[in-house]
Design a protein around this ligand. Structure first.
Ligand SMILES: C=C(O[C@H]1C=CC=C(C(=O)O)[C@@H]1O)C(=O)O
Length: 419
């Protein structure tokens, strides 16, 4: 637990100052999180206390930040499979205004804290340094022939009745001439992104993770729980009339509807296992992203009393939108057949507090390690999936960040114009 927590309202700041403020500090980890509706933005520095297991969360702490990797048994160096912590400094913007929260831990250096605080009123948004050129072609893991084999293996397991769906993933790596700034990369990507959570985590200098994810794992406000099924994808043309037709086509497409329906059933079944009944809030709709769109179904959970947030998150994750169905068989399949380590890709991130909690699924994500950037994307494979169309879907999912530094979208196997 932190030794001391202080909270002060603040004035006179601009949200654009948050990134320069984080960049100017020498305190790690550095973290930025923004809700998909843009209502809550938090920039955080340092680590005042860390909790070993989610069940250790003290109930009176105001807000605990949580990140979990896709697989509790496998992570990247420097990125724990599960992290629950209270930062030393949190700077929060919400409709209520600005709040500064300070939590002192046993290892907090008061001098460093003062330095980080002193910069608060001196920071002005700086012109972005830009990104260095990319020096080598994009490398995919798996490559296309192995991808097609993996899709074939999923479909054989579906035909044998062992599986209904598996979400296969790909890692696409790029090398820059010099190490880009994580925050410049985030800024350029974020300026273009639509309808997404925004999460940046920098555990140490030279290594960082970004996720601009459209997908919510859960949101609780008091005893109201919202979750959602987000699965089924199509390109989104830039012209509005064409975009409308493409949405209608996606809503009517039987392969995508099936892929999506499996996620709804998975979530309903998982919530029922912890005593939560779950209903669909409205008709299935389409969530628009830059260049692509997804089938989207809001789900509301009811229970009295509401189970603990950690239990809900642990039960839902990984949903069939990032793992598969049945969950355990899909995890075994991925363990044996997927060659990449997903790390924080397709995990979750966000906060838990007594009054409210919100966790996003960490898709549309990237890890920057020195000069190398790894971009992650996955696609749900069902019986009717076409391996090459699913490969193109992966390209569409990374087209936005790639377009920032690979000119002319040379990487995209079928062109999709970003709107
Ligand atoms: C796993 C990813 O997307 C999921 C979310 C939306 C649509 C999906 C799909 O259509 O396959 C995936 O289930 C990803 O982008 O890496």
């Amino acid at each position: 637990m932190p030794l001391l927590q202080l909270e002060e309202p603040l004035g006179g700041l601009a949200t654009e100052a948050l990134v320069p403020w984080l960049q100017a500090s020498d305190r790690f980890p550095r973290m930025l999180w923004q809700s998909r509706d843009g209502q809550l933005t938090v920039a955080a520095l340092g680590l005042a206390s860390r909790f070993k297991a989610p069940q250790e969360h003290p109930t009176h702490a105001r807000r605990i930040w949580c990140v979990a990797g896709f697989d509790a048994n496998q992570s990247w160096n420097g990125y724990p499979a599960h992290l629950s912590y209270i930062p030393e400094i949190e700077l929060e913007h919400s409709p209520a205004g600005w709040t500064l929260r300070i939590s002192l831990g046993p290892e907090t250096s008061v001098e460093q804290l003062q330095r980080s605080l002193a910069t608060l009123h001196r920071i002005s948004p700086e012109p972005d340094a830009g990104l260095p050129p990319v020096v080598a072609p994009v490398r995919h893991q798996p490559q296309q022939p192995q991808w097609c084999q993996q899709v074939g293996a999923v479909q054989r397991a579906i035909a044998d009745g062992e599986l209904q769906k598996v979400v296969l993933a790909r890692q696409s790596s790029l090398r820059f001439e010099a190490a880009p700034s994580l925050w410049s990369l985030y800024r350029s990507w974020s300026q273009q992104a639509l309808n997404c959570y925004r999460f940046v985590f920098e555990p140490a200098p030279g290594d960082g993770f970004i996720s601009l994810s459209p997908e919510r794992l859960m949101q609780r406000s008091g005893d109201q729980l919202l979750t959602e099924a987000l699965a089924g994808t199509a390109p989104r043309p830039s012209q509005s009339a064409e975009a409308r037709d493409a949405s209608l086509e996606l809503l009517a497409d039987s392969k995508n509807r099936h892929e999506h329906q499996l996620v709804i059933e998975d979530i309903q079944h998982k919530l029922a296992s912890i005593g939560l009944s779950c209903s669909q809030r409205c008709e299935t709709s389409v969530l628009q992203q830059r260049g692509i769109q997804h089938l989207h179904q809001l789900l509301q959970g009811y229970a009295n009393p509401m189970p603990a947030d950690t239990l809900i998150a642990h039960t839902l994750h990984p949903t069939a939108a990032v793992g598969g169905l049945p969950g355990e068989a899909a995890s075994r399949f991925l363990c044996h057949n997927e060659s990449l380590v997903r790390g924080w890709y397709a995990g979750y991130c966000g906060y838990l507090a007594p009054a409210a909690a919100e966790l996003a699924v960490t898709i549309r994500s990237a890890r920057l390690q020195g000069n190398e950037l790894q971009l992650f994307a996955g696609a749900g494979i069902v019986a009717l999936s076409d391996p090459l169309a699913e490969w193109q879907e992966l390209d569409q999912k990374i087209a936005l960040p790639l377009s920032l530094f690979v000119p002319g979208e040379e990487h995209v196997s079928r062109r999709t114009s970003l709107s």
